[in-house]
Design a protein around this ligand. Structure first.
Ligand SMILES: Nc1nc2c(ncn2[C@@H]2O[C@H](COP(=O)(O)OP(=O)(O)OP(=O)(O)O)[C@@H](O)[C@H]2O)c(=O)[nH]1
Length: 166
C-alpha cells in the first residue's frame, strides 16, 4: 500500500515539513509503475530510493526506477538519494557496496549505507542530505531565472533602440 505522511524537522534553524510519499517496494518489483513514476516526477522535490543489501531484486528495482526517473524528468533535475539499507545484515549481503556506489555514478546523486532498524541518526542524515540537495537545486533554478530575467530585459531595451532608430 502506498502511504503518505508528514514529518517535521528543524534544519539550520528552519522548520521544514517533509511530505513523504512511501511507495512499497513490491509494487516496483513486479513492474515499474510508469504512470506513478511520471506523476511522482511531476510533484516530487526529491527521491529517496532504498534497496536492501540482502535482496538483489530490490537493488534491481531501484536501478530500474532510477532509469525511469531519469527518462521522465525534464530539464529540471530532481535530487535523488540512493540508500543501501539493512547494513546490520552484512553477513547476508548479496549486493556489494561498490554496486550501489557505481549506481550513483550513472546519475549525480548521493549514496548512504544505513541500518534503519539500528540507527535512527543515519536515516536522519539521509533526509538532511536530501533537503540540502533540494535547497541547492532550488537556489540554482532561482539564479538561472534571475540571469534569464536580466537577459530578457536587456534584449527588450536593445530591441526598442533598434526600432526607434528605424
Ligand atoms: N535487520 C533489519 N531489518 C529491517 C531494517 N529495516 C527494516 N527492517 C525490517 O524489514 C521489514 C520491512 O520493513 P519496512 O520498513 O516495511 O520496509 P520497506 O522497505 O518499507 O518495505 P516495503 O513496504 O516492502 O517497501 C520489517 O520487518 C522491518 O522490521 C534494518 O535496517 N535491519
Amino acid at each position: 500500500i502506498e502511504s503518505i505522511y508528514s514529518h517535521n524537522v528543524v534544519m539550520d534553524g528552519r522548520d521544514i515539513t517533509l511530505n513523504i510519499w512511501d511507495s512499497p517496494c513490491c509494487q516496483v518489483l513486479r513492474n515499474v509503475n510508469i504512470q506513478s513514476v511520471i506523476m511522482q516526477v511531476r510533484v516530487a522535490n526529491g527521491f529517496v530510493l532504498v534497496y536492501r543489501i540482502c535482496d538483489r531484486a530490490s537493488f534491481n528495482s531501484v536501478t530500474k526506477l532510477m532509469q525511469s526517473i531519469k527518462d521522465f524528468q525534464g530539464m529540471v533535475k530532481v535530487p535523488i538519494v540512493i540508500v543501501d539499507n539493512k547494513r546490520d545484515l552484512n553477513h547476508m549481503r548479496t549486493v556489494l557496496s561498490e554496486e550501489g556506489r557505481m549506481l550513483t555514478l550513472t546519475i549525480d546523486c548521493q549514496f548512504y549505507e544505513v541500518s534503519d532498524a539500528e540507527n535512527y541518526h543515519s536515516v536522519l542524515m539521509v533526509f538532511h542530505g536530501l533537503i540540502d540537495r533540494i535547497w541547492e537545486s532550488k537556489s540554482a533554478i532561482k539564479k538561472q531565472a534571475g540571469i534569464k530575467g536580466i537577459v530578457k530585459s536587456m534584449s527588450a531595451v536593445f530591441a526598442r533602440r533598434r526600432t526607434d532608430s528605424l
